[in-house]
Design a protein around this ligand. Structure first.
Ligand SMILES: [Zn+2]
Length: 272
């Protein structure tokens, strides 16, 4: 019954024309928007419209929510699922948005002596809570949205966690379309994750952010950021990992960017 009701409600949402001002927000704030073709624009607009309407949005810390905030976050989150069979993040009911970096309380740990200690307070730009909301910081969202060259996008990161959580745990492996995909996924991710940790522990330079070596869940969130932010470079530095995400997301951001990037007359490379 709920599926029919939801389908009916979504049809009603989509009967409203897509606001022209929202197009301008997507063009201005979602860097990957310019690489999408007309059919993908149509599809992403529909997802954004439903996502903005269905999720509960809460401005926190004095932030007054605007269309720009909602549409930018929706555009980035929905880009991830453009090629997937998805439920538009059925595990996300609420999105909390703060104006600037949030200081999360440190973790409480109980010592064997019975004393409880409070760990250090940690500044965060976003957080995905298992069976809970997504927390985002607007200035970090906007910074990542318009500067893909940084390879950090807190919306891609947190919503990748939410895809990972669809099977009930954060282990770096979201539900895959085919049972046969798991073996290769685990093999490639384990090798690349171990290599990232090994290089980072020796102080060597890494293409991927060393934060991805924190645990497999963070690894999947970090490689998702690079896949959509720096796809050409990622394909060159980590071809197998790129191919794995290409297969998972059923999108090829590197091909999209290559079609738009001006070609260097000497090298023929399009990813400078
Ligand atoms: Zn994370």
């Amino acid at each position: 019954m709920f599926g029919w009701l939801q389908a009916h409600q979504r049809r009603q949402i989509l009967e409203h024309p897509f606001p022209e001002s929202w197009n301008a927000i997507l063009e201005r704030n979602v860097a990957h928007w310019k690489f999408l073709d007309d059919a993908e624009h149509v599809q992403l607009r529909s997802l954004v419209q439903v996502f903005v309407a269905e999720k509960q949005w809460e401005g926190c810390g004095g932030l007054a929510l605007t269309d720009e905030i909602r549409v930018t976050i929706a555009g980035l989150a929905c880009l991830l699922v453009l090629g997937l069979d998805h439920t538009l993040y059925s595990n996300v009911k609420t999105i909390l948005v703060y104006p600037a970096t949030v200081i999360a309380p440190g973790q409480r740990s109980a010592l064997s002596s019975g004393i409880t200690i409070q760990g250090p307070r940690i500044p965060i730009d976003g957080q995905s809570i298992l069976r809970g909301p997504v927390v985002l910081v607007w200035d970090a969202v906007l910074r990542g949205a318009v500067h893909p060259e940084r390879g950090h996008n807190v919306v891609y990161h947190e919503f990748a966690h939410k895809l990972d959580m669809l099977d009930g745990c954060v282990d770096g492996t979201p539900p895959l379309a085919e049972p046969g995909q798991y073996e290769r996924w685990i093999k490639v991710c384990t090798r690349e994750y171990d290599e990232l940790r090994r290089r980072a522990s020796k102080g060597k330079r890494t293409f991927l952010d060393a934060y991805g070596g924190t645990n497999p869940g963070e690894f999947f969130a970090v490689i998702t950021e690079y896949f959509f932010d720096k796809p050409l470079q990622m394909k060159r530095h980590h071809p197998e990992l790129y191919s794995l995400l290409h297969e998972f997301y059923r999108q090829d951001p590197a091909a999209r960017e290559a079609r738009h990037a001006p070609r260097h007359p000497d090298s023929g490379n399009a990813d400078h």
